[in-house]
Design a binder for this molecule. Structure first.
Ligand code: G1P
Length: 295
């Protein structure tokens, strides 16, 4: 039985929504409390049992691989200064997983980014985590990727996370047409990328967490550029669903689209409230702020 040990994290986007910051800093390196967005995504993968993480990157993104690399000078300084807590944190980050970086040489979209991982994934199932979505697991519950990995263990088929979105938002996402198997678990009939309200078969949107069987590559290799001139992952998933069983599931984690300014700010607030150093003072501040806004 094939277990999921590998993950692809596409991180090649230009991050135009965060200009001017992203002129020099990759959007995945923008900070949430005290760690970059990509840290939380990699942490989710590692907690789900992933060992090898393939970052699909564009030009100018070397800061991401440097973040997961050793920094001897800094580590030496922290050790000499007795800052063991910080040192331990850095050492943990650089041994979290095997981080392998792959260049996407043309900006041809998400489907193309995933296809860039074909040779390294080989014949195994693999997870895909979009690099600007943060999923915060509820305590004691599996995180979103872990949940998909668990389902894949049982169904041995491509399984994707879905969430219900308001009608006005269907045109922002890949949307799935589903038939229910049990509460929150579905068989997929079809997928469509960013449909209009009139075209949308449902309000079940894909938030960017997937576990694929390797046969998705058969379809990605054949895929043509479509919406926005890009090779859309959703198109190949739709082809896959015509021929094989594909499943979808809701998830309990809280999701933040950190690639969007409001989502990014919300993720900062939520994670600050979960941070033992900050939570007391920060929640006091938020309560005062709420009073001020109301008054
Ligand atoms: C991508 C995918 C889309 C998915 C979305 C989640 O779109 O193409 O299917 O629903 O991520 O955020 P993007 O947001 O990159 O345009």
């Amino acid at each position: 039985m094939a277990t999921v040990r590998k993950a692809i994290i596409p991180a090649a986007g230009l991050g135009t929504r965060f200009l001017p910051a992203t002129k020099t800093v990759p959007k995945e390196m923008l900070t949430i409390v005290d760690a970059p967005i990509i840290f939380y995504v990699v942490e989710e993968a590692v907690q789900a049992g992933i060992e090898d993480i393939f970052l699909i990157q564009g030009r100018g993104k070397t800061a991401i691989e440097d973040f997961f690399d050793a920094s001897y000078e800094l580590e030496d300084r922290l050790e000499k200064d007795g800052k063991t807590y910080l040192l331990d944190r850095l050492l943990k980050i650089r041994s979290m997983a095997n981080i392998i970086s792959i260049r996407q040489k043309q900006p041809l979209g998400l489907g193309h980014a995933v296809l860039c991982g074909e040779r390294v994934i080989g014949n195994e199932p693999f997870a895909v985590l979009l690099g600007d979505e943060i999923m915060l697991a509820q305590s004691g519950k599996p995180n979103a990727t872990q949940h998909l990995v668990n389902l894949h263990k049982a169904n041995q088929s491509t399984t994707v996370a879905v969430m219900n979105v308001p009608e006005r938002d269907v045109s922002k996402y890949g949307i799935a047409d589903l038939s229910a198997i049990s509460e929150g678990y579905f068989k997929v009939k079809s997928f469509i990328e960013k449909p209009s309200i009139a075209q949308a078969p449902s309000r079940w949107a894909m938030p960017g967490r997937y576990v694929f069987s390797h046969d998705i590559f058969t379809f990605l290799k054949e895929a043509k550029q479509s919406l926005a001139g890009e090779i859309q992952l959703t198109d190949s998933m739709n082809e896959l669903a015509k021929q094989k069983d594909v499943f979808a599931s809701t998830f309990s984690a809280e999701r933040f689209d950190a690639g969007d300014k409001l989502g990014y700010l919300k993720a900062n607030v939520e994670l600050a409230l979960r941070n033992s150093e900050l939570k007391d003072d920060f929640s006091k501040y938020l309560l005062e702020l709420a009073q001020r806004i109301k008054g």
